[in-house]
Design a protein around this ligand. Structure first.
Ligand SMILES: NC(=O)c1ccc[n+]([C@@H]2O[C@H](COP(=O)([O-])OP(=O)(O)OC[C@H]3O[C@@H](n4cnc5c(N)ncnc54)[C@H](O)[C@@H]3O)[C@@H](O)[C@H]2O)c1
Ligand SMILES: O=C(O)CC[C@@H](O)C(=O)O
Length: 389
């Protein structure tokens, strides 16, 4: 029986993917084979030695100490694109909330709850509305920082609303570029985007290079009166810089799903809880994708959508499969293959891929691997993980 430890609320549709006859899934597994989680922070927790993989039902992996896990041979997965539509739709709401005084005018109407005379109410509603007039999105410019799964959807949606769209993504993958309308204009650098955009929306991961990249310098470059939407991560924005930009009027609104005390107190900030991906559909998509990736890894050794290991998959040609991970240095694969040859073990199929410092191999062999063989492969210099699956 394989075991999965869950953190957070994982959608039942995903949990139901684990076959009940071969998997036990709960929040209490003490020595799980794998972990399935959402935003729970693993940085301060020691994982049991039994854990082979961690799947993040979501996009951002900043709650997982990925580098440490890589060195422990733990494969970390995420679920790219599975919640992109949910975030795109909340960006649309944010664009409108930032433009039309919707929340403020709703509060004004609520404040009239005790005005019982219909004529008086009508007079007050009509008189009050002029405070909440806004402007339209059509014809305005949206700057999209990060054009991955979410950024591309947001950019394409904004074009359909009649907005002009500028994008900035120095690491844009070819696959992501295919998803993007050719009407999205490319900014050569961040400041070129910031200086031309009426609205700026952030869709990049938090990594060393992006931590607090929206700082005083960025706000100095931003167009006067711009509005900033951040449904990516709070850490991307330097909080004092955003407050100073709001104070000076350089920024006219900040809309985010990462509240803090200082932000809550500011009238030009519109905040939600961390809600970007909280739709039934997104939660199910993420849970299903995360579960399927874990099952394929635990049952077959295949790796899809890992953030630290190479993508490696192979159809099974025999019932006997060995997988191993090693430092990405010469000769390791040759040594393992020689070891098999010396034992007269025929290799039926094989795939080997590398990513940065890590190499990963799947070997289908003609006979059941013995514990002694697994031990011998484990002992090969630079091999740090071996499994018979
Ligand atoms: N609020 C929420 O609930 C919620 C939901 C989903 C994702 N997110 C956040 O949004 C982020 C993006 O999600 P995604 O699914 O689009 O991820 P993604 O990996 O598909 O796209 C990220 C894009 O950012 C680009 N990028 C990286 N560094 C950059 C930089 N310095 N400048 C410009 N672009 C850069 C990458 O090249 C990539 O194209 C996630 O990492 C996560 O933190 C938040
Ligand atoms: O799980 C969630 O609710 C949020 C997920 C989101 O932040 C992500 O990075 O995908």
């Amino acid at each position: 029986m394989k075991t999965i430890r869950t953190y957070n609320n994982i959608a039942a549709k995903g949990l139901n993917k684990f076959p009940q006859d071969s998997y036990r899934v709960s929040a209490d597994e003490a020595e799980p084979d794998a972990v399935l989680l959402r935003s729970h922070k693993l940085h301060t927790e020691a994982l049991p030695k039994s854990v082979l993989a961690v799947a993040r039902a979501g996009a951002g992996v900043n709650n997982i100490p990925v580098t440490d896990y890589t060195h422990q041979g733990i494969v970390v997965f995420n679920t790219p694109g599975a919640n992109a539509n949910a975030v795109k739709e909340l960006v649309l709401a944010s664009l409108l909330l930032g433009s039309r005084g919707v929340t403020q005018s709703m509060n004004y109407v609520k404040s009239l709850a005790d005005v019982n005379d219909p004529h008086e109410l009508h007079k007050k509603v009509e008189a009050g509305k002029k405070q909440y007039g806004g402007c339209e999105l059509e014809g305005k410019t949206l700057g999209v920082v990060g054009l991955g799964a979410i950024g591309a959807k947001v950019a394409n949606l904004a074009l359909s609303l009649g907005m002009k769209v500028i994008g900035y993504d120095p690491k844009l993958s070819v696959e992501a570029a295919w998803r993007l309308s050719s009407n999205v204009k490319k900014a050569d650098n961040l400041n070129a985007l910031l200086s031309r955009s009426d609205y700026v929306t952030l869709h990049v991961p938090v990594v060393e290079a992006t931590k607090e990249f929206m700082n005083d310098d960025a706000f100095a470059a931003i167009k006067q009166g711009a509005k900033l939407i951040n449904l990516a991560r709070g850490e991307l924005v330097e909080e004092n810089a955003v407050l100073a930009a709001l104070e000076s009027g350089k920024l006219s609104a900040y809309i985010a799903d990462f509240p803090s005390q200082n932000l809550i107190k500011n009238d030009n900030v519109i905040l939600f809880p961390h809600l970007g991906a909280s739709t039934v559909e997104a939660e199910e998509n993420c849970a299903v994708m995360g579960a399927e990736q874990l099952i394929d890894f635990l049952d077959n050794g295949n790796i899809t959508n890992s953030v630290n290991f190479p993508a490696v998959s192979m159809e099974r040609t025999s019932g006997y499969r060995i997988t191993f991970a090693n430092d990405n240095v010469p000769k390791v694969l040759g040594v393992v293959l020689n070891l098999l040859a010396d034992l007269n073990i025929n290799v039926l199929d094989m795939v080997n891929k590398s990513r940065d410092d890590i190499a990963y191999t799947i070997l289908d062999i003609e006979q059941r691997p013995t514990a002694d063989l697994i031990q011998k492969i484990s002992s090969v210099e630079h091999v740090f993980h071996v499994r018979s699956v």
